[in-house]
Design a protein around this ligand. Sequence first.
Ligand SMILES: Nc1ncnc2c1ncn2[C@@H]1O[C@H](COP(=O)(O)OP(=O)(O)OP(=O)(O)O)[C@@H](O)[C@H]1O
Ligand SMILES: [Mg+2]
Length: 330
Amino acid sequence: MTKENIVGLDIGTSTIKVVQLLKTKEQFSLVKASIEELKFNAEEKDKLSALKQLFKRAKISEKEVNISIEGPSVIIRNIQLPKMSEADLKNAIKYEAEKYIPYNVNEVIVDCQIISEAENNMGVLLVAAKKDSINDKIQLVQKAGLCPWVVDIDSFALINAFNLNNDESEKTIALLNIGSEATSVNIIRGDLLNFTRNIPVGGKRVTEVLAENFKVDLTQAEELKKNPGDKKEAVDEICLNAMREMAIEIKSSFDYYESQYEEGVTKIYISGGVAINENMANFLSENMDLEVKRWSILDRLILGNKSLGDKISPIRDYFAVATGLALRKL
Ligand SMILES: Nc1ncnc2c1ncn2[C@@H]1O[C@H](COP(=O)(O)OP(=O)(O)OP(=O)(O)O)[C@@H](O)[C@H]1O
Ligand SMILES: [Mg+2]
């Protein structure tokens, strides 16, 4: 079944993003995109009311939505297995997965895809996701009166959105999605995900450090981070210092990748709320010694109407995952 209007819903820890796309022939156009901020340490009831508010404000009447999960409850690995048929792989993968996941295999849903084949071996992308995380997301969305259609993984959605227009598919590049609680590092070549890692550091760490330094609460620190006014110099310095741990972790992921694949990352593309920070791309570029570019869905989609483009342009970095989710259809 194919649908013409598709909605992607990215429920993060600090914001909820929604994107509606319209598929016409082989092209996608952006019809709606909107964001709702959550309060710090939002509980389920806060997320529920934010979700309802978001759909009301965005005037989205579609009920079917594609959602995603990420973080420690998702494990993605590139593994090597002896060559076997797809049917045999489907039977074997649950037992193979046990070696890679820190949970009981009955607590997870396991999926896999063959991504390369050699004479005796094959490369398999293994995905395991905790059932309770999936169910929590599904229930939240259902309580808001919506119907979950596809449950995807943030990293896959990110790559699908990026690949709408990837003119560097010959190169090994890293996509970093820098959110509030986590930074997702994805190394791709062509359409394929070769390596992914979730680093549990993001914009919230910066807000916490600012709150400590300026002796304010998290909400005030968040405001200070986005609009520092005459405190800009001090705020910039504190923000970049707080990001240093994240940069070290990213660098170590790149080094690991290079040791495994005998090729290095050649360029970095950033998205997620933290990419909005005007210093972020430069900071990463200096730390990684690589070119770093912001990218967004506005360079990849036709606009349903011009005013939408103007409206979301300053915050375009937020919508990568939601767009990738909306691209998924059955
Ligand atoms: N102008 C800005 N400068 C610095 N940081 C910003 C700016 N705008 C937004 N952010 C940060 O972006 C983060 C939110 O990004 P995003 O919505 O991508 O995260 P999330 O999806 O809610 O989090 P996660 O994916 O970790 O669950 C927050 O930490 C916020 O402070
Ligand atoms: Mg996110």
